[in-house]
Design a protein around this ligand. Structure first.
Ligand code: COA
Length: 157
């Protein structure tokens, strides 16, 4: 598939929010979901995530086909670890529309991301993925990512 990647425009924001909220909601562990409704979650998440989208350092890129139909997006940025002043690239989110899946769109977006990070002088890229998100984990493994840290949790009663 011929995939073109461009910077997002304001008109792309609705798709971004809808898809990001769906993915983020799906990633919440079941035992934490019982305390929050979908509507409350959407409002809370949007308020918390909005600064990342508005931050001039982070960039939302759109993948489209040759006719301009949107196939997906990725939100890219930078992060600095506590143990070193050296920043790394961070893939905040990646999404591909249902009809365009398993056609290499996410691979294209990630390859684009690797190139974009290099132009920013970065030498490493990281991301986070929910333990339950098997297709995303398969994508990242295929693209050369390896697990470096686990987030662990348990109920207190
Ligand atoms: C995860 C996601 C981005 C993958 O997008 P995609 O365009 O379908 O992925 P690609 O076609 O580029 O796949 C590249 C490789 O990733 C792996 N992969 C992707 N989807 C997979 C799936 N459903 N099952 C198993 N492996 C998968 C495969 O190795 C694939 O290569 P192959 O098709 O040659 O076997 C897409 O399923 C999606 O948008 N999911 C919902 C949002 C989401 O979960 N985002 C991740 C947030 S951390």
């Amino acid at each position: 598939m011929d995939v073109k990647i461009r910077e997002a425009e304001d008109a792309d924001r609705d798709l971004f929010w809808k898809a990001t909220l769906d993915t983020a909601w799906g990633d919440i562990p079941d035992d934490e979901k019982v305390h929050i409704s979908r509507m409350e979650f959407d409002q809370y998440f949007k308020r918390a995530a909005q600064p990342y989208l508005e931050d001039g350092q982070n960039k939302l890129f759109i993948a489209a086909d040759e006719k301009g139909h949107i196939l997906g997006y990725t939100l890219l940025g930078k992060s600095v670890p506590f143990y070193s002043p050296k920043p790394y690239g961070f893939v905040f989110d990646i999404f591909v529309t249902d009809d365009a899946r398993r056609k290499g769109v996410a691979r294209n977006l990630l390859e684009f991301a690797f190139g974009w990070f290099k132009t920013q002088g970065l030498e490493k890229v990281k991301l986070e993925v929910a333990e339950s998100n098997e297709r995303a984990k398969a994508l990242y493994l295929k693209m050369g990512f390896r697990s470096e840290r686990y987030v662990m949790g348990r109920r207190l009663r």
